[in-house]
Design a protein around this ligand. Structure first.
Ligand code: SF4
Length: 215
């Protein structure tokens, strides 16, 4: 796909989703970190339901470093993988208290050293809580950017690198939200709604499938 077409797609995405924002609710970098750990394999709506209650009583690394593990498991049970997520949240909180003075580090490299924090979570926290330019590649960003033909990524990291090379740095964090919104509303996983997609005439996946339908 040529560069002009890719730029056109990005312009159209920006126009459509100019006001896209994170859907997880948080009021501090630490709350965002906990919410993002909880959001693995879980919807943002479910995480918000859980954290709306949880953060009223516990919302600092000190709180979670001392929380009863069985109690936390019960509170976050509906988010799935609750044993692992509880363990990671408690261990991460202890490290934040012991090594970082109770503060969440802003660097992607430091964030990735915390239990339960992979590259995607680190990018989400760094960009949304600290304003650092980053493209977090979750399942929506991976699917939509590859289907459109913006990139040809073999995995999340490869997709992230190609998107970073394609999109101006000042737009990295916002582009992540455009692609998520498009993936949630139109380019859904199982059956993308190509007939109602404003990008259909530029999309590699749609062109390939249209050709296959015509054969
Ligand atoms: S045309 Fe279809 S596959 Fe392409 S971005 Fe739109 S919904 Fe997704």
């Amino acid at each position: 796909m040529n560069q002009n077409r890719k730029e056109l797609i990005l312009d159209l995405l920006e126009k459509e989703y100019y006001d896209a924002k994170p859907e997880l609710r948080y009021s501090t970098p630490f709350e965002l970190l906990v919410a993002t750990i909880l959001s693995a394999q879980c919807t943002d709506e479910r995480v918000n339901e859980v954290t709306d209650k949880l953060f009223k009583k516990y919302n600092t690394p000190q709180d979670f470093a001392n929380i009863d593990k069985a109690y936390l498991e019960k509170q976050i049970y509906s988010c799935g993988f609750y044993r692992n997520k509880s363990k990671n949240i408690i261990e991460t909180s202890k490290i934040l208290v012991d090594k970082y003075g109770g503060k969440v580090p802003s660097s992607i490299e430091e964030l990735q050293k915390l239990p339960g924090v992979g590259r995607k979570t680190a990018n989400v926290v760094a960009s949304n809580a600290f304003g650092i330019d980053a493209i977090a590649v979750d399942t929506h960003v991976f699917r939509v950017s590859n289907r459109l033909g913006l990139v040809n990524g073999k995995d999340a990291l490869d997709t992230e690198k190609q998107l970073m090379a394609l999109i101006p740095k000042s737009k990295w964090s916002r582009a992540h939200h455009w692609l998520i919104q498009h993936g949630r509303r139109i380019c859904v996983a199982r059956t993308p709604k190509c007939s109602e997609c404003f990008l259909a005439s530029y999309c590699l996946y749609n062109q390939t499938h249209q050709r296959n339908r015509e054969v």
